[in-house]
Design a protein around this ligand. Structure first.
Ligand SMILES: NC(=O)c1ccc[n+]([C@@H]2O[C@H](COP(=O)([O-])OP(=O)(O)OC[C@H]3O[C@@H](n4cnc5c(N)ncnc54)[C@H](OP(=O)(O)O)[C@@H]3O)[C@@H](O)[C@H]2O)c1
Length: 259
């Protein structure tokens, strides 16, 4: 895509654009007239999503963000975005002792350390520019225990903490940081993780659409809020999630096991 198109509009970087929340975010920001730098790892899915998006003010990059090289590839190719949507991720079933060391490390890097590496590269440039907006897609798993997904939950919890701290640190510098903590979102994530049974086990009223996550998250970000829990049900439930009775009920409804 030509540099002329790139210069005409404010630039947003979205990681994990090929499906789910990231794709819904790309559609939304396209409708708002942003220039989009899009990242995901699978060439076929990326090409298909890019064609479906059909938005000329965009280009995509392939990078595996579960390792340092993947993040470097992005920061070398994408120059100083004004808006970053750190969304790429997978959900992973894994009982304690069940994941190999490399699987644990890759998962933690993708969901947490890689997001930190990405932001540590770009935020100083935002500070210099005197403006910027950051959205981190964490999970409700950041604030409630997730048995059999402990690496996922701990990575989401750590990146939530990083984001909340950064939000306070950067507030006076005209840079907002918003961490989104979605519950169950209707995307491909669970099928990819072999957790298809959750589609039936988790009650219908607990599922939120990717579009709803995007609209609520974007509203919170524009209002410079440091945290958003998309979906009415989750907003209501979140203060109680760490109480033992509510937690027992939550774990029963969302019990994980491989199909
Ligand atoms: N769905 C939920 O219920 C839910 C709930 C809470 C939080 N979240 C979080 O929301 C975010 C988006 O997930 P989703 O539900 O929209 O899932 P999704 O539809 O599976 O989309 C995940 C996106 O992340 C990309 N991605 C995954 N691993 C990657 C890697 N190693 N390198 C680069 N890109 C990678 C995928 O690209 P490829 O197609 O190239 O693999 C895809 O574009 C994740 O961080 C997830 O943890 C989801």
């Amino acid at each position: 895509m030509s540099n002329d198109l790139e210069r005409e509009k404010p630039k947003a970087l979205i990681t994990g654009f090929s499906s789910g929340i990231g794709f819904a975010y790309a559609q939304h920001l396209a409708s708002q007239g942003w220039y989009l730098e899009l990242v995901s790892q699978d060439p076929t899915r990326a090409q298909k999503a890019f064609e479906t998006l059909a938005y000329p003010y965009s280009r995509y990059h392939l990078a595996d963000l579960s390792n340092v090289e993947g993040i470097k590839k992005v920061t070398e190719k994408v120059n100083s975005p004004e808006l970053i949507i750190a969304n790429a991720g997978i959900t992973k079933f894994g009982e304690v002792g069940g994941l190999k060391e490399s699987e644990r490390k890759d998962l933690f890097y993708l969901l947490c350390l890689g997001v930190i590496d990405l932001l540590e590269e770009y935020v100083p440039r935002m500070i210099k520019a005197g403006k910027g907006r950051i959205v981190i897609v964490s999970s409700i798993g950041a604030i409630t225990p997730m048995p059999k997904s402990s690496i996922y939950a701990s990575a989401k919890s750590a990146i939530n903490s990083y984001g909340q701290s950064l939000a306070k640190e950067l507030y006076s510098k005209n840079i907002s940081v918003t961490v989104s903590l979605p519950g169950y979102v209707k995307t491909e994530a669970h099928a990819k993780a072999g957790l298809n049974h959750l589609r039936h086990k988790v009650p219908r009223w607990m599922w939120v659409s990717a579009n709803q996550v995007v609209l609520e998250t974007e509203k919170a970000s524009l209002n410079k809020r440091s945290k958003v829990i998309p979906g009415f049900v989750y907003k209501l439930a979140s203060p109680f999630l760490n109480m033992s009775l509510a937690n027992k009920l939550w774990n029963k409804m969302t019990k994980r096991g491989k199909t």
